[in-house]
Ligand binder design. Structure first.
Ligand code: ADP
Ligand code: ZN
Length: 545
């Protein structure tokens, strides 16, 4: 806006710049607090309207609002949208030419920018005044970061650190550059600072406050409930066919399908396209032009299904995504929440669907074992996975479990698969004992351990070539589990793994006992298991004419 017609009242800015009638939820309180010079930590779910909470103070206070965002790819779009609304916004990043860069520098120093977006790595070599350990840091010799020194020559109105959960070393989006952002407190004393995120457990919330050095901040924590999203998790039997049936029940709907690897993204996208679904792949292994083209078709056209790795979606603002499907298990509840949160930003009914199976548990444990990092780190990853598994296996309300993870207490929601079709449970003690004692026998009598497939063949008394070769048909437990189907047994193994009564180790996912297994073998531990049902809550109901 021109300096002459600059509006200085927060509500007028909201009306005139954005065309909104009212602030929503905590927005007004946050904006007032920051305009008055206070620091803020803002935890709000995706779609709740975080941008307004730092943009309005930036427009009202004198100076330029600095926005730290890790999403370089999106800065361009965000800035364009602001400029289209008459806001004087710009960004600094590595994709710019020297001339572009100079023009932005000049505008900033002349006080002609309302908002300036920068990537955290620009501020990453910031000197840290955080104690003796940091004094040896590799960046120390370089002195204060050039971007910081430059920014100090102009005037900042507010500093907003977006996606603040990236500061958490235990989280799934950790970015080392975020650790240095606490130093902005010293570099810009008196400038109000805000940390914003759509995903934070209590622990991440604490880390944000500590590492970004916001001890006196006011905390604004909105409910993380997304009532218009229906959660459904079903056992994986044939992931592709289940996925296809699910997608077909929403003809012409835009959706995102998340898969773990680039290879499976390509395969699933091909498969869906072959079945007549307008599906496109997205992952970091594709050429940049193809990625951009696919993303823009997804954003601009109706009914495109994006099959993607988690590289896709952060910051994507497409309001009418009707479903998010997971064909592989996310690594954490935070990841699941963030990914599913991309559905239904327009508030219309939407579905978060997932197929999950025994293979996922084994694979995730293997990935954790193979990950770089010390024992403590792996233990933490294991805890993240356990929480995710608990959500998958719960017989209670999914939403209650999910919100509980974020420290929120709620009632059963009536809009998730377990609420709509309460799962039956059955007493799994005896089969669990049969399985565990087979593992014990193989170990003790033969010094062997095996994965689920071989164990299930033994239990069911399957006379396979491998069973005969290994003389497993002479084990005392051979055939004692013939009363259950292979699918039932896989369900038993999966649930025992999820509850820590079993562990899967190594490349082949060989199964072993845990400390908790003894209670099951003795018969002291209750083992209620949920009965697997496919296509819960109408997942396969067709809406086609
Ligand atoms: P977040 O960053 O929290 O995910 P955004 O800031 O992108 O959310 O806002 C989400 C959507 O809500 C956007 O389409 C935005 O235009 C809209 N929005 C935000 N605040 C308001 C408001 N006070 N009134 C109406 N719409 C709003
Ligand atoms: Zn529910």
């Amino acid at each position: 806006m021109d300096a002459g017609q600059r509006v200085v009242d927060a509500r007028s800015v909201l009306h005139e710049v954005y065309g909104y009638d009212e602030f929503r939820g905590d927005q007004a309180a946050i904006v007032d607090h920051v305009i008055a010079g206070g620091d803020a930590v803002v935890l709000m779910p995706t779609g709740a309207g975080k941008s307004v909470t730092y943009q309005v103070p930036a427009l009202v206070r004198p100076g330029t609002g600095l926005v730290v965002s890790p999403l370089i790819a999106l800065m361009h779009d965000q800035v364009d949208a602001l400029v289209a609304n008459g806001v004087r916004a710009a960004y600094l990043n590595s994709t710019q030419s020297i001339d572009e860069r100079r023009a932005v520098d000049r505008a900033y120093l002349d006080g002609e920018l309302d908002l300036l977006y920068v990537a955290p790595e620009r501020l990453g070599t910031l000197r840290q005044a955080q104690g003796p350990n940091q004094a040896q840091g590799p960046n120390q010799a370089q002195g204060p970061n050039q971007t910081i020194a430059f920014l100090q020559r102009g005037e900042l109105s507010v500093i907003a650190i977006d996606e603040a959960h990236c500061v958490s070393q235990w989280g799934h989006d950790f970015r080392p550059d975020y650790l240095t952002l606490g130093g902005l407190a010293d570099a810009f004393p008196g400038v109000p600072r805000m940390a914003l995120t759509a995903t934070a457990t209590r622990e991440t919330h604490r880390e944000i406050t500590k590492r970004l050095r916001l001890p006196d901040a006011r905390h604004f924590v909105a409910s993380f409930d997304r009532p218009n999203i229906q959660y459904r998790i079903e056992p994986k039997v044939d992931a592709r066919r289940q996925l296809l049936a699910f997608i077909r029940s929403f003809p012409d709907a835009a959706g995102i399908v998340y898969a773990l690897s680039r290879k499976s993204v390509d395969q699933i996208a091909d498969y869906l396209a072959g079945q007549g679904i307008d599906a496109l792949p997205y992952h970091a292994g594709l050429p940049a032009e193809q990625r951009a083209a696919n993303q823009s078709r997804f954003l601009r056209e109706d009914g495109v299904v994006m099959v993607a790795t988690i590289a896709f979606g952060m910051g994507i603002d497409k309001p009418d995504v009707r479903f998010v499907a997971h064909v592989d298990l996310p690594k954490s509840v935070e990841g699941y929440y963030q990914e599913t949160g991309r559905a239904g930003r327009d508030g219309e009914p939407s579905i978060a669907w997932m197929a999950y199976g025994l293979g996922d548990v084994v694979q995730q444990r293997r990935l954790i074992e193979a990950s770089p990092g010390d024992r403590t780190f792996k233990t933490r990853l294991g805890q993240h996975l356990d929480a995710m598994l608990a959500l998958c296996e719960t017989v209670g309300c999914r939403r209650q479990n999910l919100l509980g993870y974020f420290g929120e207490v709620s009632e059963p929601c009536g809009n998730c698969d377990t609420c709509l079709t309460p799962p039956e449970t059955w007493d799994g003690l005896i089969p669990s004992q049969k399985l565990l004692s087979t593992i014990v026998r193989l170990q003790r009598e033969r010094g062997q351990s095996y994965g689920a497939g071989q164990l299930i063949d033994i239990l069911r008394g399957a006379s396979t070539e491998r069973v005969r070769q290994l003389n497993h048909d002479t084990l005392a437990t051979f055939g004692i589990g013939a009363d259950l189907s292979e699918q039932d047994w896989r369900s038993v193994v999966r649930q025992l793994l999820a509850r820590g009564f079993l562990v899967a180790r190594g490349e082949y996912g060989t199964l072993g006992l845990t400390d908790a297994s003894a209670g099951v073998l003795r018969g002291d531990a209750a083992v209620p298991l949920r009965r697997d049902v496919l296509g819960r809550a109408g997942a396969t109901r067709s809406r086609k004419p």
